[in-house]
Design a protein around this ligand. Structure first.
Ligand SMILES: *[C@@H]1O[C@H](CO)[C@@H](O)[C@H](O)[C@H]1NC(C)=O
Ligand SMILES: *[C@@H]1O[C@H](CO)[C@@H](O)[C@H](O)[C@H]1NC(C)=O
Length: 320
């Protein structure tokens, strides 16, 4: 098939640009400085209980529903992912699925939280964005992220995409907070949607004082540099909570590479081959039980794992 050949060619070009086809470069990647956390930070890799895993399920469906059209999420009539959270009250939705990923905002009365979700993309579209050398490192936009240290640098492709939905998402979250009288906002998304979501999770509190934000992302690529990861973790010690759930041998969470200066914040949960959910302490934990150690390079990675299943839920809109 011509189509799959061309996307394969694009993928290997992109990975070559990333330096990932050279295992020597990969192994030479500098081991990241370990950021010290508060005493509440766990010291070991622990398995999540069934109850803890089940508690993520609503967010998994919210992330998956991010792939559905804005009209269907605004009507909360998007098939299985909408039915999984039947009491959800949509507030606004947007995006065109081209330059701006779909998004929606609403309120979950059971969780008593505002939910923000962003559409992801398939890996054939994600790799070219991630590896476009011209836009790898940009400072955060000063208007969207006022007061953030200028050394905080993020992936320009992710930042540009986030900036296009930011005004609409902010207005919708403000509206939802006023209407439903809550100060809790959870941002979710898969893949590119997770990258946008993590930026939203630090963007929203800069404009809505007093909220607590939670980020639950699936198959999150690396979004920014070490200063970015440290900034996110600094917020995690205050009003932000980050969980990034990585499935088995998904290669997206190891991209863009650490040797390009990219770095993950704390909060990884790695689903291993046996389906056990492991909470991995620290930023980019190199243990073989966590993604960086388990998916050492793209050759041991498996692209199929990117879409899940995450606790039985495959990412993507299904209208049935
Ligand atoms: C990885 O997890 C182990 C616990 O098994 C912990 O001792 C170590 O500090 C962590 N490493 C990093 C880089 O976070
Ligand atoms: C990739 O993962 C899928 C789903 O887990 C599995 O069916 C397939 O055999 C894996 N491929 C390789 C090459 O390991």
């Amino acid at each position: 098939m011509a189509r799959s050949r061309s996307s394969k060619a694009r993928l290997s070009m992109a990975l070559a640009a990333c330096g990932l086809l050279s295992s020597g470069t990969w192994q030479a990647a500098a081991f990241p400085t370990w950021l010290k956390h508060d005493s509440e930070e766990q010291a070991s890799i622990t398995a999540l209980s069934t109850a803890q895993i089940d508690a993520f399920r609503p967010y998994t469906h919210y992330a998956s529903a991010g792939y559905c059209s804005p009209a269907s999420t605004l009507a909360w009539d998007c098939g299985r992912n909408c039915r999984a959270n039947p009491s959800f009250k949509p507030v606004a939705s947007g995006g065109d699925g081209e330059s701006t990923q779909f998004w929606y905002v609403g309120f979950d009365p059971r969780l008593k939280e505002v939910i923000v979700s962003h559409q992801g993309t398939d890996t054939s579209k994600l790799f070219p964005i991630m590896t476009d050398g011209d836009i790898l490192h940009v400072p955060l936009d000063e208007k969207l992220f006022p007061g953030v240290d200028r050394r905080v640098v993020v992936h320009g492709g992710f930042a540009a995409t986030q900036s296009r939905s930011a005004p609409g998402v902010l207005a919708a979250v403000q509206k939802a907070i006023a209407k439903y009288k809550t100060k809790k906002v959870t941002v979710t998304g898969h893949s590119l949607g997770a990258a946008i979501g993590l930026l939203d999770a630090i963007f929203l509190p800069l404009h809505i004082p007093g909220i607590t934000t939670r980020f639950v992302g699936y198959g999150l690529p690396r979004v920014g540099n070490m200063h970015f990861a440290d900034y996110v973790d600094e917020q995690q010690r205050a009003t932000l909570s980050v969980t990034r759930i990585n499935n088995r041998k998904d290669i997206v969470p190891i991209l863009p590479g650490r040797f390009l200066g990219f770095h993950h914040p704390s909060g990884e949960v790695h689903i291993d081959e046996a389906g056990v959910w492991l909470a991995c302490p620290g930023q980019d934990n190199a243990s073989a039980k966590c993604t960086v150690g388990d998916v050492r390079n793209i050759f041991v990675g498996n692209g199929t794992d990117h879409n899940g299943p995450y606790g039985g839920v495959k990412m993507g809109c299904s209208s049935s």
